[in-house]
Design a protein. Structure first.
Length: 328
């Protein structure tokens, strides 16, 4: 069975975009692949987080993984920091990544271009740690959003370079980008990605949002004056974004959605979107409440750590012997 690995960085509460773009696909993939899914808490500290808030976000993230359908019997679920080999291999991969490559990483460039202050070394080098996260487990496939595809390409380049220098050491992973829903946009500004960092908070739906708030955000979603439900991201980004959400949650094609709402107004369409989203979130929130109130999270993470650590320890030892930093 081929191996697939991915993770989510819970610097804030998980969003509908995280669910559609990542979590729902993880649940599907665990039937066909050997799944490794981790909570990327080392990546969280590249920027400052209040410790108590970060702890809560991490716990909620695990609970939501389970509430969305990830099965610890079919997927290895673990905290990145519980497997200390990640950080060590991360430094090794940093030493095999060129400065020019890190300089080209879009996320760092964007922050620098905006003139953000206090950028840390962790923000600059985290793509090398991401490479280690992937290569540690010899993953065949890595499901990612469009904005993270560049980092998987860097991982591939670094792994190929390492293999050429030292002999076959790493499997070369392939990125997997969802055909529908890989990038859910903000409801208030559909030209931008739905983001936890949005200042107004009107365009972002969180998985644990009050359902009345969810409905209000959807009904207030920015659309246009064309007055036709059709998929046209250039002319109608708002309507197209809502159609993407519906298509991802119901498996309806864009053509079918267009036919179903032919001659109908945006208000009726938005109400339909709100009904579907709220129904989905209600089920997740009910399961989340059950999980958060029992001891299953600690058990799941302990089991995941033991399984991941066994593979990671062996891989790190192999790599360290290969590059000559262990005395035989």
């Amino acid at each position: 069975m081929k191996r697939m690995l991915s993770g989510i960085k819970p610097t804030g509460q998980l969003t509908l975009g995280n669910y559609i773009g990542a979590l729902r696909n993880f649940v599907k993939y665990q039937d066909d692949y050997e799944m490794f899914v981790f909570i990327a808490n080392l990546h969280c500290i590249t920027v400052y987080n209040e410790p108590e808030e970060l702890r809560k976000n991490l716990k909620d993230c695990v609970a939501l993984y389970l509430a969305c359908g990830l099965d610890p019997k079919r997927s290895c679920i673990f905290l990145q920091s519980d497997v200390m080999e990640h950080a060590q291999l991360g430094f090794i991969m940093c030493c095999n990544t060129y400065l020019g490559e890190l300089n080209r990483m879009t996320q760092f460039k964007d922050k620098q271009a905006k003139g953000e202050q206090g950028l840390t070394g962790g923000i600059y080098t985290y793509p090398a740690l991401m490479s280690a996260d992937i290569l540690m487990y010899d993953a065949d496939y890595v499901p990612v959003g469009e904005d993270q595809k560049q980092h998987v390409e860097l991982c591939r380049d670094t792994a190929i370079r390492f293999n050429n220098r030292y002999g076959k050491s790493f499997n070369i992973p392939e990125p997997v980008v969802a055909k529908v829903g890989a990038k859910i946009m903000s409801l208030s500004d559909p030209t931008k990605k739905m983001s936890k960092s949005e200042q107004t908070n009107k365009g972002c739906i969180y998985l644990l949002d009050d359902l009345k708030s969810v409905r209000k955000k959807i009904m207030a979603a920015k659309t246009d004056d064309i007055a036709k439900v059709q998929y046209d991201p250039q002319q109608q980004p708002g309507i197209s974004n809502l159609m993407t959400i519906i298509s991802a949650l119901t498996n309806q094609s864009f053509d079918d959605i267009t036919k179903n709402f032919e001659g109908k107004g945006y208000g009726e369409f938005k109400k339909y979107v709100a009904d579907i989203v709220c129904e989905e979130l209600a089920m997740i929130q009910e399961r989340y409440a059950e999980i958060i109130n029992n001891n299953v999270i600690k058990e799941v993470l302990a089991e995941g750590k033991a399984r991941a650590e066994k593979i990671a320890s062996k891989k790190l030892d192999q790599i360290q012997r290969t590059i000559g930093i262990e005395i035989k």
